[in-house]
Design a protein around this ligand. Sequence first.
Ligand SMILES: [Zn+2]
Length: 427
Amino acid sequence: MALVNVRRDVTDAFYRYKMERLQTKIEGKGNGIKTVVTNLSSVAQSLARPGSYLIKYFGFELGAQTNIDPPDDRWIINGAHDAAKLQDYLDGFITKFVLCKKCKNPETDVHIKDGRILLDCKACGQRTDVDLRLKLSGFILKNQPKKGKKDKAERKAARRAKQNGKNGDKDSGSGGDDNSDQASPNGESKDLGYASDDDALTRKIKAEAQVLDDEVKVNEDEWAVDMSAEAVKARQKQLPDEFKQKLVLNGEEEDEEGEGGGNSLYDQLGVWIQEQAEAKGGIDKVDDIDIYLKAKELGIESKHRTVLVLAQTIFDENITSQIGKRAGMLKQIITSERHEKALLGGTERLIASMLEKHPDFYDKVVKILQLYYHHDLISEEVVTKWGSRPSKKYVESSVNKKIRKAAEPFLTWLAEAEEEESEEESE
Ligand SMILES: [Zn+2]
């Protein structure tokens, strides 16, 4: 299926946000002629909007009747309409109802609050208004989902979109689960919404989160790396032959937990990354996809221990400005709790290695965890467990204790945000 950039004015082939090109089929004839948009659900999913918004938008633009809730996924516009023309209209829909008005990022949630329709941007954190004079705005306001709950079909769609992203198919559905429109009572989502009580901790975290959002925005272009199978393949083609060769590996699991043997492949990856960094004049100049391909060449691109190596090699004392740029690649590899734990373990080791030169490196712990969380690299469950169980698996226990201690403000904030959310849900 042909993919196009969500923003067609962006010509970069590595643009992260993709969707299927609209496909149509004309059926019937005469007065009964109609256009079936055969992949409307998929496109709607990529945009994290209900299909009804898209079809209705086409209907308004074309002055044609549409169905907004087809039981069989047959989305219909009365009359004969050309797919290319619909694609042009879709650009309008995306500009008006998807893209952040401030930074033009398509990863936004719709929030309805006090009769306004707000786009909540995951990239820059801004909330911007949709023009209420647009016909579709009226439709959106009239067809709000039930408070705080998504309907079943939408939840399913969000899950599917998330899975698609995980399969490396395309990343456009990332964050699908928390996408779309929860009209929660105060209109806040946990990512960005903080408690309104203004104790010192909340203020501190809030201030840091603001800085964080600004940084994320600065990094936006760089972290928008397309790690889809297609993009990786395309990149692979550009590489010299020796690099394309795959090592023949036996399928044995490498000493998974082990501190002992079986490290050679991971060492090779680590050494290779360090050499590349040296040759290119800094780790930040080593490309994500090249790192990923190297791991793949070694046959360890899906292993949790790879994450342990990466945390210690792709980051350095500038880690807080590096996480955003590497989040796309890391997300591709981090697929389980074990991977998340490896990320935290590798980070502990990185921190320990920085202490000699930067004794105050503990100060960065909150920010690091915030960034990991913000970019979906660690889940609440895993980081909470990590925080409550000191371990000397990765670093000596005195360092470990200090890291846990330094993490406390973040963990407290997380626990409070969680409480608030469950209160909201039980209302
Ligand atoms: Zn934005």
